[in-house]
Design a protein around this ligand. Structure first.
Ligand code: AMP
Length: 292
């Protein structure tokens, strides 16, 4: 695997592959890689793409400076994992490389309601930071395929919006990939390393909350989203979560809240345990409940 620290060096690699008509797949990450990240590399390779991964802990997307300071860094292991996964190139830029003009006066992205809902409301400025860095990374890599995890469901919606409303390579395809979970059901996340073994078990309450919703609908107990939200939140608090930012029943594209559970919907959750904020989600395709 080739490692590049500057956009210029990366550009030469990309140009070489482009001249051979090879597809370029791109997986942006913040490192501390786990199987969730590696599944995106694998998906890119399944498309026959030369795969570029980036590792950059982007300061402008952290609304909480402590979260930024504590963000896990495991570069040596990350490089080994990427080598084993068959990733062709790693882009490892410095803050100066990505923000040569500093981080004070950055462009503003109009994201409509996506910035007001859920993560947008609870992490002010987060999606602005995400858009700035993804925009710059996409300009550097100019990929054919952009692979992102549905674990960050709203982030995928924001990037879909960004690609539709700002000018990018016309044929670039955004590929949302499924959430990879531990055998227990816990969604893999770089932040999980900050959980104790006991907290990892307590955190399963999120996964069990999704089951609770499925069962409530199947058993025709209730379809009242407000009731289900309250029950879910209580289960999280009972399990040991110290706070619940939101439990949302939402339209999978607009992310607007919904109350009609006969259409496809997504349940989005953000809650904190042991000072670690976890997010997760589950899609409920309407076919699931057709016969109910
Ligand atoms: P991050 O390093 O957390 O910024 O994540 C980089 C990419 O990996 C994003 O597209 C995430 O959605 C994706 N990702 C993170 N966790 C998972 C997971 N458990 N399963 C699938 N993709 C994931």
């Amino acid at each position: 695997m080739k490692i590049f620290e500057t956009k210029q060096a990366l550009q030469d690699f990309i140009d070489e592959h482009r001249s051979k008509n090879t597809l370029i797949g791109f997986v942006p990450t913040m490192g501390a890689l786990h199987e969730g990240h590696l599944s995106l590399i694998e998906k890119s390779k399944q498309h026959g793409a030369a795969t570029v991964c980036s590792i950059f802990v982007n300061p402008t997307q952290f609304n909480d400076p402590k979260d930024f300071e504590k963000y896990p860094k495991t570069l040596e292991e990350d490089i080994q994992k990427l080598e084993l996964a068959g990733c062709e190139a790693l882009f490892l830029p410095s803050v100066e490389e990505m923000y040569p003009e500093g981080m004070q006066q950055l462009p503003h992205y109009s994201l409509g309601r996506l910035e007001e809902l859920w993560e947008g409301a609870h992490r002010p400025g987060h999606f602005q930071g995400v858009c700035v860095i993804v925009h710059r990374l996409l300009e550097a890599v100019r990929p054919d395929l952009l692979l992102m995890g549905s674990k960050d469901f709203q982030q995928v919606a924001v990037i879909r919006y960004l690609l539709a409303h700002y000018s990018f390579e016309p044929n670039m395809e955004l590929i949302p990939c499924e959430t990879i979970r531990e055998a227990s059901g816990l969604a893999m996340s770089s932040r999980n390393v900050r959980l104790s073994p006991e907290q990892k078990i307590q955190a399963l309450a999120i996964y069990h909350g999704f089951d609770m919703i499925r069962m409530a609908i199947f058993e025709q107990k209730t379809r009242e989203t407000e009731v289900l939200e309250q029950q879910f939140a209580q289960q999280l608090l009972d399990a040991g979560f110290e706070s619940v930012d939101y439990i949302a029943f939402a339209d999978p594209f607009s992310l607007e809240p919904i109350t009609d559970l006969s259409q496809t919907f997504v349940v989005l959750v953000a809650a904190s345990i042991g000072g670690v904020r976890l997010i997760d989600n589950q899609l409920f395709p309407h076919e699931l409940f057709k016969r109910v």
